[in-house]
Ligand binder design. Structure first.
Ligand code: GLC
Length: 723
């Protein structure tokens, strides 16, 4: 396990501990001394990995201040820290509402409802689920009440698109999305009470915070709410700012899904929640998608038009699972472009909050350009659920890299990574912890010691019995991969689970098995050129691993199955080949597996004649070993193999498996480099290889300049199933 990451996980934990107040964790001591709504959701997810008690407390204290109509307030004020924030309870005056909670001081607006999603994570990550159950039972009706409030009071068209009535409700306070609507509001001094902002008095420069003009709008809207006594019907009639955005609605969908799962755990019916989910998902697809720009957009309820402003929130339907596959691939193009700092565009951190190519993009101003960790984190989940694994991985990389290099800041300069706003910001720390646990610090990942289920060691010839489909010639590996894709499309769910039991009895799998049976009659001498051999064996490796996982019923890691890579076999002609035979014997030109003293094929092994003459180290990035740390599955072709291997290496080198920390003179790289050091030509060869493929000019320059001073650390290999 890499020390740098471990060290920063400890630092992140101490940020949360330091920010604890009475029963909850404040976002930061400098700017936000009270409890914030969605911050607490993210914070509880961070705690869930090391302190279930605090994870529970975080949500509990927030929901205790829920309004009688179900609204969950944006801020719950700490009575003993009043005086350093604006606006505080004396300004909100929420006591004019019959719904405001007794005994709690709160603001009069809400925020994106991440809480059911967070609560489910707390449950899933807790060691003793029975202990968390009473909290779940307490929280469940409150979550339902919150969602019901949104669907009754904030759903003006009844189509499941939930509207916000103040920019603070979006969580992205001064996003350029709101400019046009806010500027239609005429503000005169007599309409505004005197007020004094406090945020710019705490040392954060004006350039990094919302403008005074924006603050006037913020205040204007609060005045309107007070006049309406926080009555939603009245506000709906009067409020000029009524917007349904993709971020809020996507988070709601993710939480509806979580709420269904919570219902399931508690054995409660969830038909109503399912209907909510479907209604919102459909309206997000139909109404919030901009065909013109290939991204989701916010919708102005007053004019019934999209606002045509392209911000990071437009990608969030990936998180809620509400984009259609077509919409997802279209928005992915935009996301993976210069506008949002695709990796090959040099020094730029993914993903900025606003399109970097717009004239009013500002790299340092709050929600008008900088990178925010919570947005990256939700997007990372969204990309993963839609199968954009490499990009998800790149985002994970930045979620870890930014705080390691610059500290746990509130937001980061999207060009040079410098941290801005509050230092020691809680959700940055919390989501750093979650990402580190989700990637590098998984239980059992560095040794597999926690794995209980072991499948006995015995050879399993995966294509021995089925009747052959009679496919001949070299297209067989292409057919096999096509069939595996079908299986994946049907049985790998968006929440990352794989239904092995159903796969095993499915028609798709039966079809696949027939194709593999044809391998028994395959004539290996058909493979003549080096390129044909490379493509065939790489594809075969990738399919035998998936087949082996299905056949053995592996659930969480290929390590459950003792000697998986030796015992799974395909018969080809008169020989049996295991994944190890293919990798070390054939593709690596008969070298030894890293922990074994001998070469894969002994001197008399007839399979030696199939070995390639020279290893190509790029194969390590093309072989999919059924684990999270290896490359996503692809089809390799004899004609394009060189280019394809180039891409595979380039993708890997620019993913979270290679992390450069100039401040510590360090590079952290995947354990693959440690195991197969010789294939790369030792330390020097490894660094040259990385330099050759790394796309970021500054990073390459750093590697060039640091030479021998550079310290190499190895990121442990994540063996959990790549599902
Ligand atoms: C700012 C952010 C908001 C956050 C709050 C507390 O207002 O825009 O998203 O919840 O600070 O951290």
């Amino acid at each position: 396990m890499e020390e740098t990451i471990k060290k920063h996980v400890s630092l992140a934990k101490s940020v949360l501990v330091k920010n604890r107040s009475s029963g909850y964790t404040i976002p930061s001591s400098s700017l936000y001394p009270h409890q914030w709504n969605w911050d607490s959701g993210f914070i509880s997810i961070g705690y869930s990995h090391f302190d279930t008690g605090w994870a529970v407390r975080e949500l509990e204290s927030l929901f205790k201040a829920q309004w009688a109509n179900g609204m969950l307030p944006q801020i719950v004020f700490n009575k003993s820290s009043l005086g350093s924030y604006f606006p505080e309870p004396d300004f909100w005056n929420t006591e004019v509402s019959p719904h405001a909670p007794e005994g709690y001081l709160t603001s009069g607006i809400t925020m994106p409802p991440i809480h059911a999603f967070a609560a489910l994570s707390v449950f899933e990550n807790s060691r003793d689920k029975e202990k968390v159950k009473p909290f779940f039972v307490w929280l469940y009706p409150r979550l339902l009440k919150l969602h019901r409030y949104l669907y009754t009071e904030r759903n003006p068209d009844g189509n499941g698109l939930i509207c916000i009535r103040h920019p603070w409700e979006s969580g992205m306070d001064n996003s350029p999305s709101w400019d046009r609507v806010l500027r239609t509001i005429e503000i005169s001094s007599e309409k505004l009470p005197a007020y004094r902002r406090k945020d710019t008095e705490s040392g954060v420069s004006h350039d990094m915070r919302p403008s005074n003009e924006y603050y006037d709008y913020f205040v204007f809207l609060i005045e309107l709410f007070k006049k309406s006594r926080y009555d939603e019907k009245e506000i709906m009639k009067e409020c000029p700012f009524l917007i349904c955005g993709p971020l809020f609605n996507a988070i709601l969908c993710a939480s509806n899904e979580a709420l269904m799962q919570i219902s399931d755990i508690l054995k409660e019916p969830y038909r109503e929640i399912e209907q909510w989910y479907q209604l919102t998902a459909k309206s997000v697809q139909d109404t919030l998608y901009s065909h013109e720009h290939g991204i989701f957009d916010a919708y102005d309820m007053r004019t019934k038009r999209l606002l045509k402003v392209e911000t990071a929130s437009g990608f969030m339907p990936l998180f809620g699972g509400t984009a259609t596959p077509r919409q997802a691939s279209r928005i992915y193009e935009y996301l993976d472009s210069k506008s949002f700092c695709a990796l090959h565009q040099g020094n730029c951190f993914t993903i900025p909050s606003y399109d970097t190519q717009k004239e009013d993009f500002k790299r340092e101003n709050y929600w008008r350009g900088p990178v925010w960790i919570n947005i990256n984190w939700m997007l990372m989940h969204g990309l993963r659920r839609y199968g954009f694994i490499q990009k998800a991985d790149a985002l994970a990389h930045h979620i870890l890299e930014l705080p390691i290099r610059f500290g746990f800041y509130e937001y980061y300069d999207s060009v040079d990574g410098r941290g801005y706003g509050s230092k020691d910001f809680s959700w940055t720390a919390a989501l750093f912890i979650d990402t580190a646990y989700g990637t590098y610090l998984k239980k059992g990942a560095d040794g597999g010691s926690g794995i209980a289920k072991r499948i006995l060691f015995r050879n399993i010839v995966l294509n021995s019995t089925e009747e052959s489909s009679g496919i001949e010639g070299t297209t067989i590996s292409q057919k096999m991969l096509g069939a595996i894709r079908e299986i994946k499309a049907r049985y790998y769910t968006s929440r990352g689970t794989v239904d092995y039991a159903s796969i095993k009895t499915s028609d798709e799998y039966r079809e696949y098995k027939k194709i593999t049976a044809s391998l028994r009659d395959f004539d290996l001498s058909l493979l003549q050129s080096r390129n044909e051999k490379l493509a065939f064996w790489i594809n075969l490796y990738n399919t035998i691993v998936v087949d082996g996982i299905i056949a053995s019923g592996v659930q969480d890691s290929v390590r459950e199955s003792a000697r998986f890579f030796t015992k799974m076999k395909y018969r080809i002609g008169k020989y049996h080949f295991s994944p190890d035979d293919i990798e070390h014997g054939i593709l690596r030109a008969n070298r030894r597996k890293h922990y074994r003293p001998w070469s894969q094929f002994g001197p008399l092994n007839p399979k030696k004649k199939f070995s390639l003459t020279e290893p190509d180290p790029r194969i390590h990035f093309a072989l999919v070993c059924g684990s999270r740390s290896c490359a996503p599955i692809k089809y390799y072709t004899p004609d394009g193999i060189d280019e394809e291997l180039h891409m595979a290496a380039q993708n890997f080198i620019n993913s979270s498996e290679v992390m450069i920390i100039p401040e510590e003179n360090r590079i952290l790289i995947s354990q693959i480099f440690q195991w197969y050091r010789d294939d790369f030509g030792g330390r020097r060869g490894i660094l040259d290889f990385i330099k050759k493929y790394i796309l970021n000019d500054d990073k390459r320059k750093f590697l060039d300049e640091s030479g021998n001073k550079l310290k190499i650390g190895y990121l442990f290999y994540d063996w959990s199933l790549n599902k």
